[in-house]
Design a binder for this molecule. Structure first.
Ligand code: PLP
Length: 363
Protein backbone atom coordinates (compact mmCIF):
# COMPACT_ATOMS: atom_id res chain seq x y z
CA UNK A 1 0.00 0.00 0.00
CA UNK A 2 1.86 3.08 -1.18
CA UNK A 3 -0.73 5.77 -0.42
CA UNK A 4 0.00 7.82 2.67
CA UNK A 5 -3.29 7.36 4.47
CA UNK A 6 -5.86 4.63 4.01
CA UNK A 7 -8.80 3.13 5.85
CA UNK A 8 -9.45 -0.59 5.96
CA UNK A 9 -13.06 -1.75 6.20
CA UNK A 10 -13.51 -5.18 7.75
CA UNK A 11 -16.66 -6.42 6.07
CA UNK A 12 -16.69 -9.57 8.23
CA UNK A 13 -16.89 -7.31 11.29
CA UNK A 14 -19.97 -5.59 9.82
CA UNK A 15 -21.65 -8.97 9.25
CA UNK A 16 -20.74 -10.00 12.80
CA UNK A 17 -22.27 -6.78 14.14
CA UNK A 18 -25.51 -7.44 12.25
CA UNK A 19 -25.71 -10.88 13.91
CA UNK A 20 -25.06 -9.30 17.31
CA UNK A 21 -27.83 -6.76 16.73
CA UNK A 22 -30.25 -9.38 15.38
CA UNK A 23 -29.72 -11.47 18.52
CA UNK A 24 -30.74 -8.48 20.64
CA UNK A 25 -33.89 -7.76 18.63
CA UNK A 26 -35.43 -11.13 17.73
CA UNK A 27 -38.88 -9.59 17.17
CA UNK A 28 -37.86 -6.55 15.12
CA UNK A 29 -36.76 -6.02 11.53
CA UNK A 30 -33.45 -4.24 10.99
CA UNK A 31 -33.16 -1.09 8.88
CA UNK A 32 -29.40 -0.56 8.56
CA UNK A 33 -28.56 3.14 8.64
CA UNK A 34 -25.93 3.82 5.97
CA UNK A 35 -26.29 7.59 5.53
CA UNK A 36 -23.26 9.88 5.11
CA UNK A 37 -21.29 7.38 3.04
CA UNK A 38 -22.13 4.68 5.61
CA UNK A 39 -20.64 6.79 8.42
CA UNK A 40 -17.50 7.24 6.32
CA UNK A 41 -17.06 3.50 5.70
CA UNK A 42 -18.08 3.65 2.02
CA UNK A 43 -21.76 3.44 1.01
CA UNK A 44 -21.41 0.67 -1.57
CA UNK A 45 -18.80 -1.30 0.38
CA UNK A 46 -21.15 -1.44 3.37
CA UNK A 47 -24.33 -2.05 1.33
CA UNK A 48 -22.55 -5.00 -0.30
CA UNK A 49 -21.41 -6.35 3.08
CA UNK A 50 -25.04 -6.23 4.29
CA UNK A 51 -26.30 -8.46 1.46
CA UNK A 52 -27.52 -11.86 2.72
CA UNK A 53 -27.63 -10.74 6.34
CA UNK A 54 -30.57 -10.12 8.68
CA UNK A 55 -30.81 -6.54 7.38
CA UNK A 56 -34.24 -6.03 5.76
CA UNK A 57 -33.91 -2.41 4.62
CA UNK A 58 -31.47 0.45 4.26
CA UNK A 59 -31.89 3.92 5.76
CA UNK A 60 -30.17 6.95 4.21
CA UNK A 61 -30.51 10.65 4.96
CA UNK A 62 -30.91 12.07 1.45
CA UNK A 63 -32.64 11.15 -1.79
CA UNK A 64 -29.37 11.16 -3.74
CA UNK A 65 -27.89 8.56 -1.37
CA UNK A 66 -30.84 6.28 -2.11
CA UNK A 67 -30.51 6.88 -5.85
CA UNK A 68 -26.84 5.93 -5.67
CA UNK A 69 -27.79 2.60 -4.08
CA UNK A 70 -30.42 1.92 -6.76
CA UNK A 71 -28.00 2.86 -9.54
CA UNK A 72 -25.53 0.34 -8.08
CA UNK A 73 -28.26 -2.32 -8.34
CA UNK A 74 -29.42 -2.70 -4.73
CA UNK A 75 -33.06 -3.79 -4.57
CA UNK A 76 -33.80 -3.69 -0.83
CA UNK A 77 -36.32 -1.34 0.73
CA UNK A 78 -34.64 2.05 1.18
CA UNK A 79 -35.98 4.76 3.49
CA UNK A 80 -34.93 8.39 3.11
CA UNK A 81 -34.81 9.66 6.70
CA UNK A 82 -35.04 13.38 5.90
CA UNK A 83 -37.60 12.69 3.19
CA UNK A 84 -38.00 14.53 -0.11
CA UNK A 85 -37.49 18.30 0.03
CA UNK A 86 -39.32 19.32 -3.17
CA UNK A 87 -41.28 18.09 -6.20
CA UNK A 88 -38.17 16.89 -8.06
CA UNK A 89 -37.11 14.76 -5.10
CA UNK A 90 -40.63 13.38 -4.73
CA UNK A 91 -40.47 12.33 -8.38
CA UNK A 92 -37.07 10.73 -7.73
CA UNK A 93 -38.46 8.82 -4.73
CA UNK A 94 -41.27 7.46 -6.91
CA UNK A 95 -39.00 6.66 -9.87
CA UNK A 96 -36.30 4.99 -7.75
CA UNK A 97 -38.72 3.31 -5.33
CA UNK A 98 -37.42 5.12 -2.25
CA UNK A 99 -39.60 5.30 0.87
CA UNK A 100 -39.83 8.75 2.42
CA UNK A 101 -40.30 10.12 5.90
CA UNK A 102 -43.12 12.67 6.01
CA UNK A 103 -42.38 15.30 8.63
CA UNK A 104 -43.80 18.56 7.27
CA UNK A 105 -46.98 20.10 5.88
CA UNK A 106 -44.99 21.17 2.87
CA UNK A 107 -44.34 17.53 2.02
CA UNK A 108 -48.00 16.66 2.63
CA UNK A 109 -49.10 19.29 0.11
CA UNK A 110 -46.75 17.88 -2.52
CA UNK A 111 -48.13 14.39 -1.87
CA UNK A 112 -51.74 15.60 -2.02
CA UNK A 113 -51.23 17.08 -5.50
CA UNK A 114 -49.43 14.03 -6.91
CA UNK A 115 -51.43 11.83 -9.35
CA UNK A 116 -52.64 8.60 -7.72
CA UNK A 117 -51.26 6.23 -10.33
CA UNK A 118 -47.80 6.91 -8.83
CA UNK A 119 -47.06 5.14 -5.54
CA UNK A 120 -44.73 5.92 -2.68
CA UNK A 121 -44.35 4.20 0.70
CA UNK A 122 -44.06 6.69 3.52
CA UNK A 123 -43.41 6.90 7.25
CA UNK A 124 -45.20 9.60 9.21
CA UNK A 125 -42.88 11.13 11.78
CA UNK A 126 -43.86 12.11 15.30
CA UNK A 127 -41.74 14.66 17.17
CA UNK A 128 -41.48 13.43 20.78
CA UNK A 129 -39.04 16.07 21.93
CA UNK A 130 -36.09 16.37 19.57
CA UNK A 131 -37.77 19.44 18.08
CA UNK A 132 -36.12 18.83 14.74
CA UNK A 133 -38.31 16.95 12.24
CA UNK A 134 -41.82 15.66 12.74
CA UNK A 135 -45.37 16.55 13.72
CA UNK A 136 -46.43 17.31 17.29
CA UNK A 137 -48.58 14.81 19.20
CA UNK A 138 -51.68 17.08 19.24
CA UNK A 139 -51.83 17.32 15.44
CA UNK A 140 -50.65 13.78 14.64
CA UNK A 141 -54.05 12.09 14.26
CA UNK A 142 -55.38 14.74 11.89
CA UNK A 143 -52.18 14.73 9.83
CA UNK A 144 -52.49 10.94 9.63
CA UNK A 145 -56.03 11.36 8.24
CA UNK A 146 -54.78 13.83 5.63
CA UNK A 147 -52.05 11.42 4.59
CA UNK A 148 -54.64 8.63 4.29
CA UNK A 149 -56.41 10.75 1.70
CA UNK A 150 -53.31 11.11 -0.50
CA UNK A 151 -53.86 8.66 -3.36
CA UNK A 152 -50.13 8.44 -4.03
CA UNK A 153 -49.27 7.17 -0.52
CA UNK A 154 -49.27 3.42 0.12
CA UNK A 155 -51.64 2.59 3.04
CA UNK A 156 -51.17 2.27 5.87
CA UNK A 157 -48.17 4.56 6.34
CA UNK A 158 -45.40 3.64 8.80
CA UNK A 159 -45.17 5.44 12.14
CA UNK A 160 -41.77 6.64 13.20
CA UNK A 161 -39.99 8.80 15.76
CA UNK A 162 -36.45 9.59 16.85
CA UNK A 163 -35.34 9.82 20.49
CA UNK A 164 -33.31 12.81 21.65
CA UNK A 165 -31.58 11.38 24.73
CA UNK A 166 -31.31 7.62 24.18
CA UNK A 167 -27.54 7.71 24.76
CA UNK A 168 -27.87 8.91 28.33
CA UNK A 169 -28.95 6.08 30.57
CA UNK A 170 -29.86 8.36 33.47
CA UNK A 171 -33.18 10.16 33.73
CA UNK A 172 -36.71 9.38 32.61
CA UNK A 173 -36.82 11.43 29.38
CA UNK A 174 -36.36 8.49 27.04
CA UNK A 175 -39.04 6.34 28.70
CA UNK A 176 -41.40 9.33 28.53
CA UNK A 177 -40.64 9.89 24.84
CA UNK A 178 -41.22 6.19 24.06
CA UNK A 179 -44.50 6.22 26.02
CA UNK A 180 -45.63 9.39 24.24
CA UNK A 181 -45.00 7.78 20.85
CA UNK A 182 -46.84 4.59 21.79
CA UNK A 183 -49.80 6.50 23.17
CA UNK A 184 -50.04 8.82 20.17
CA UNK A 185 -50.02 6.03 17.59
CA UNK A 186 -51.97 3.44 19.61
CA UNK A 187 -55.14 3.67 17.51
CA UNK A 188 -53.38 4.02 14.15
CA UNK A 189 -52.52 1.26 11.70
CA UNK A 190 -49.00 0.91 10.33
CA UNK A 191 -45.61 -0.48 11.31
CA UNK A 192 -43.75 1.31 14.09
CA UNK A 193 -40.11 2.33 14.45
CA UNK A 194 -38.39 4.09 17.36
CA UNK A 195 -34.92 2.73 18.17
CA UNK A 196 -31.47 3.89 17.05
CA UNK A 197 -28.36 2.10 18.35
CA UNK A 198 -28.45 3.58 21.85
CA UNK A 199 -32.12 2.68 22.27
CA UNK A 200 -31.53 -0.86 20.99
CA UNK A 201 -28.87 -1.29 23.68
CA UNK A 202 -30.38 0.59 26.61
CA UNK A 203 -34.15 0.87 26.11
CA UNK A 204 -35.88 -2.46 25.42
CA UNK A 205 -39.29 -0.73 25.47
CA UNK A 206 -38.25 1.02 22.23
CA UNK A 207 -38.04 -2.24 20.25
CA UNK A 208 -41.01 -2.20 17.87
CA UNK A 209 -41.54 -3.51 14.31
CA UNK A 210 -38.39 -1.90 12.94
CA UNK A 211 -35.11 -0.87 14.60
CA UNK A 212 -32.65 1.56 12.98
CA UNK A 213 -29.08 0.82 14.07
CA UNK A 214 -26.36 3.08 12.69
CA UNK A 215 -23.20 3.47 14.72
CA UNK A 216 -23.30 -0.03 16.23
CA UNK A 217 -23.28 -1.60 12.75
CA UNK A 218 -19.77 -0.22 12.45
CA UNK A 219 -18.76 -1.71 15.80
CA UNK A 220 -18.77 1.56 17.68
CA UNK A 221 -20.55 2.23 20.96
CA UNK A 222 -23.04 5.12 21.05
CA UNK A 223 -22.22 5.64 24.72
CA UNK A 224 -19.51 7.89 26.04
CA UNK A 225 -18.62 5.33 28.69
CA UNK A 226 -16.96 2.07 27.73
CA UNK A 227 -19.28 -0.94 27.68
CA UNK A 228 -18.89 -4.47 26.38
CA UNK A 229 -21.40 -4.97 23.58
CA UNK A 230 -19.77 -7.77 21.60
CA UNK A 231 -19.34 -5.54 18.56
CA UNK A 232 -16.26 -5.48 16.33
CA UNK A 233 -14.91 -2.20 14.93
CA UNK A 234 -15.19 -2.19 11.15
CA UNK A 235 -12.87 0.70 10.30
CA UNK A 236 -9.19 1.05 10.95
CA UNK A 237 -7.24 4.12 9.83
CA UNK A 238 -3.62 3.78 8.82
CA UNK A 239 -0.60 5.72 7.69
CA UNK A 240 3.17 5.48 8.09
CA UNK A 241 6.23 7.18 9.47
CA UNK A 242 7.80 9.50 6.92
CA UNK A 243 10.53 10.99 9.11
CA UNK A 244 12.24 10.43 12.45
CA UNK A 245 13.96 13.33 14.13
CA UNK A 246 16.06 13.49 17.31
CA UNK A 247 15.28 16.55 19.43
CA UNK A 248 16.77 18.05 22.58
CA UNK A 249 15.27 18.87 25.95
CA UNK A 250 13.44 22.18 25.69
CA UNK A 251 12.63 21.90 21.96
CA UNK A 252 9.06 22.57 20.95
CA UNK A 253 7.13 20.79 18.23
CA UNK A 254 4.82 21.95 15.47
CA UNK A 255 2.63 25.01 15.01
CA UNK A 256 2.52 27.33 18.01
CA UNK A 257 4.91 25.06 19.93
CA UNK A 258 2.14 23.64 22.10
CA UNK A 259 4.36 20.82 23.33
CA UNK A 260 7.89 21.17 24.73
CA UNK A 261 10.08 18.14 25.28
CA UNK A 262 11.37 17.63 28.83
CA UNK A 263 14.30 15.53 27.60
CA UNK A 264 16.16 14.25 24.54
CA UNK A 265 13.87 12.09 22.47
CA UNK A 266 12.91 11.07 18.94
CA UNK A 267 9.93 12.47 17.14
CA UNK A 268 8.12 10.42 14.54
CA UNK A 269 6.39 12.30 11.74
CA UNK A 270 3.28 10.48 10.45
CA UNK A 271 1.69 11.21 7.07
CA UNK A 272 -1.84 11.92 8.25
CA UNK A 273 -3.53 15.10 9.43
CA UNK A 274 -6.80 16.93 9.59
CA UNK A 275 -6.80 16.97 5.77
CA UNK A 276 -7.44 13.24 6.05
CA UNK A 277 -9.95 13.52 8.87
CA UNK A 278 -7.66 13.00 11.84
CA UNK A 279 -9.13 15.46 14.37
CA UNK A 280 -7.23 18.70 14.88
CA UNK A 281 -8.64 18.77 18.39
CA UNK A 282 -6.68 15.61 19.37
CA UNK A 283 -4.75 16.65 22.47
CA UNK A 284 -1.16 16.02 23.50
CA UNK A 285 -0.95 12.41 24.67
CA UNK A 286 -3.62 10.98 22.35
CA UNK A 287 -2.46 7.40 21.71
CA UNK A 288 -1.15 6.40 18.28
CA UNK A 289 0.07 2.90 17.33
CA UNK A 290 3.52 2.70 15.74
CA UNK A 291 4.42 -0.88 14.80
CA UNK A 292 1.49 -1.90 16.99
CA UNK A 293 2.78 -0.18 20.14
CA UNK A 294 1.27 2.91 21.76
CA UNK A 295 3.09 6.22 21.59
CA UNK A 296 1.70 9.67 22.44
CA UNK A 297 0.75 12.33 19.92
CA UNK A 298 2.74 15.51 20.66
CA UNK A 299 2.20 18.99 19.24
CA UNK A 300 -0.58 20.28 17.02
CA UNK A 301 -2.21 18.15 14.38
CA UNK A 302 -1.47 19.80 11.03
CA UNK A 303 -3.17 19.33 7.68
CA UNK A 304 -0.98 16.55 6.34
CA UNK A 305 1.05 15.39 9.32
CA UNK A 306 1.10 14.60 13.00
CA UNK A 307 4.08 14.12 15.29
CA UNK A 308 4.46 11.42 17.93
CA UNK A 309 7.01 10.93 20.70
CA UNK A 310 8.94 7.74 19.91
CA UNK A 311 11.14 8.01 23.02
CA UNK A 312 14.88 8.34 23.70
CA UNK A 313 15.63 4.91 22.27
CA UNK A 314 13.48 3.64 19.41
CA UNK A 315 13.74 0.95 16.79
CA UNK A 316 11.13 2.61 14.59
CA UNK A 317 12.21 3.28 10.98
CA UNK A 318 10.91 5.49 8.22
CA UNK A 319 8.15 3.57 6.44
CA UNK A 320 6.94 1.74 9.55
CA UNK A 321 3.16 1.28 9.83
CA UNK A 322 1.04 3.57 11.97
CA UNK A 323 -2.56 3.01 13.08
CA UNK A 324 -4.67 5.96 14.19
CA UNK A 325 -7.67 3.89 15.26
CA UNK A 326 -8.92 0.35 14.80
CA UNK A 327 -9.24 -2.92 16.71
CA UNK A 328 -6.25 -2.31 19.00
CA UNK A 329 -7.08 1.37 19.49
CA UNK A 330 -10.81 2.09 19.76
CA UNK A 331 -12.04 5.16 17.90
CA UNK A 332 -14.07 5.90 21.05
CA UNK A 333 -10.77 6.49 22.87
CA UNK A 334 -9.52 8.86 20.19
CA UNK A 335 -12.84 10.73 20.33
CA UNK A 336 -12.49 11.14 24.10
CA UNK A 337 -8.98 12.58 23.59
CA UNK A 338 -10.26 14.95 20.91
CA UNK A 339 -13.30 16.20 22.80
CA UNK A 340 -15.72 14.82 20.21
CA UNK A 341 -17.81 11.71 19.53
CA UNK A 342 -16.71 8.74 17.43
CA UNK A 343 -19.46 9.50 14.87
CA UNK A 344 -17.64 12.66 13.74
CA UNK A 345 -14.31 10.84 13.40
CA UNK A 346 -15.49 8.04 11.11
CA UNK A 347 -17.77 10.38 9.12
CA UNK A 348 -14.93 12.87 8.78
CA UNK A 349 -12.46 10.64 6.93
CA UNK A 350 -11.83 12.65 3.77
CA UNK A 351 -11.80 11.89 0.07
CA UNK A 352 -8.04 11.50 -0.24
CA UNK A 353 -8.04 8.54 2.15
CA UNK A 354 -8.30 5.35 0.12
CA UNK A 355 -10.93 2.91 1.40
CA UNK A 356 -9.98 -0.76 1.17
CA UNK A 357 -11.95 -3.85 2.08
CA UNK A 358 -10.22 -6.61 4.06
CA UNK A 359 -10.38 -9.27 1.31
CA UNK A 360 -8.56 -6.94 -1.10
CA UNK A 361 -5.67 -6.78 1.34
CA UNK A 362 -5.22 -10.54 1.19
CA UNK A 363 -5.46 -10.61 -2.59
C1 PLP B 1 -28.85 8.49 12.05
C2 PLP B 1 -30.14 7.98 12.48
C3 PLP B 1 -30.26 6.72 13.11
C4 PLP B 1 -29.07 5.90 13.52
O1 PLP B 1 -28.52 6.41 14.72
P1 PLP B 1 -27.31 5.69 15.48
O2 PLP B 1 -27.14 6.48 16.73
O3 PLP B 1 -26.12 5.83 14.59
O4 PLP B 1 -27.70 4.28 15.68
C5 PLP B 1 -31.53 6.25 13.37
N1 PLP B 1 -32.62 6.98 13.05
C6 PLP B 1 -32.55 8.19 12.47
C7 PLP B 1 -33.79 8.95 12.17
C8 PLP B 1 -31.31 8.74 12.19
O5 PLP B 1 -31.25 9.96 11.64
Amino acid sequence: MSVAAYAVIDTAAIKHNVKTIAARVPHSKIMAIIKANAYGHGLLVVAEALQDTAVKAFGVARVDEGMQLRQAGFEQKITVLEGFFDQQQLNDCIDYDLDSIIHSKNQLELLASQPGNDKISVWLKLDVGMNRLGFKPHEFASIYQRLEQCAVAVKPCGLITHLSMADSVAGATTSQQIALFKKTVSKLLGEQSIANSAAIIAHPDSLTDWVRPGIMLYGISPFAHACELGLKPAMSLHSKLIAIKPINAGDTVGYAGTWRSQKRTHLGVVAIGYGDGYPRSASNGTPVLVNGGRVPLVGRVSMDMITVNLGATTRAKVGDPVTLWGKQLPVEEIAANADTIPYTLVCGVTQRVAIKKTPELNG
